[in-house]
Ligand binder design. Sequence first.
Ligand SMILES: Cc1ncc(COP(=O)(O)O)c(C=O)c1O
Length: 432
Amino acid sequence: MAANYPTMKRSPLSELGRRTEPPPISWLIQLALSRPRLISLAAGFTDNESLPVEDVRGLLNGILRSRRTGQPALQYGSTQGDPVLRRLTARHIRRLDAGPASSRVYSADRLIITNGSQQLLYMVAEALCDTGDIVLVEDPTYFVYLGILQSRGLRARTVRLEKDGLDLARLEHLLVRLKRTGELRRVKLLYLVSYFQNPTAVTTRFEKKSGALEVLGKFERAAGHPIYLLEDAGYRELRFKGEDVKSSLAVKGRAERVIYTGTYSKPFATGTRVAFGLLPEPVFTAVLRIKGNHDFGTSNLLQQLLAQALATGRYDRHLVELRERYARKARIMSKALREQFPAEVEWLEPRGGMYFWARLPRRLESGPKSKLFREALANNVLYVPGELCYADDSTRVKPNREMRISFGNAVEKDIRTGVARLGAALHKLLDL
Ligand SMILES: Cc1ncc(COP(=O)(O)O)c(C=O)c1O
């Protein structure tokens, strides 16, 4: 029987516990689950049918085939991560960046394996930022990252995003303004989702990464401390058109200001949530200690699985197949959008990743309380309202006429049907 406790005046929760708002991702998932007939073009889930079940079974069988190989995998590992996986991952990123084999920047010693890159994003905020500090973000940005900032009491200041990455002139203006108001010492980092950005599909040009590092560098003296570039390369390998762009680690002489995060969730077995980061000192040591307190190490079994996937070439083979699959789904969505959406809606054709970002004509809004969102739900289709991807920033009005539409998880038939349902909702409201 429940005890009859008296009502208390004060909340038992910490400041963070009280401040943390419900993450939008939770209600989006809840909405999708509560309506079985709904087609969700909102989920950031990956393609189900291509998840590598047979590869993973084969690799796990290999790891567990004997006690000698199986026992270490079923034991705790180190906080920093499995040495083989770290070496293979560091080499993989160095090769993508065409870095010299002798480069310290891509050393496995600077690499930490994490439970999803989400954990690294969180730990970097913990390691660098105090309540009230400022994080510079692209406008729009990855909405789950905004949740970290909100929860930790950090302030986001936004920088306009162009078709090829951040507007560097705006970045500089913003820093000048923050210097003038005496807030520069609160600026700790700039967060970029640099490849096939979630939500816009924009990829940042290499020159813009080096430009951003240069701009940040100019303000460090006045800030009194380093200002880091946190490059989230989560979608880097989901490229189906064009060439890879080098990461900011490859900008000459600037790697000490770059925190690079990547993940195996998107390009391989999503549910394993094995990810990694390359970090400079003193961030590296601080994050490693923080991870020691979080979980003192990512699942050893899953790390060994990833190490085997890389070592045996199964990872690379899977990626070829996956890229073809996403390319095909993107083509299907693009065709459906051209056929079903009103001519006034604009979008960028993605060259990788999982998202279309559609901008509606001025007279239509897309927010969670908008007529469009309600009409879409009535038609049994869900999108991510663009508004969620814009940080609270009192220096500009939050845009509210975009939608993030994903081709990641929906099957081909549902992509066509979902876009048709959204198109019908758009036509109806535009014709009113
Ligand atoms: C831009 C971005 N960064 C990070 C993550 C987190 O990925 P994970 O924690 O699975 O590595 C996601 C997931 O959707 C993402 O879209």
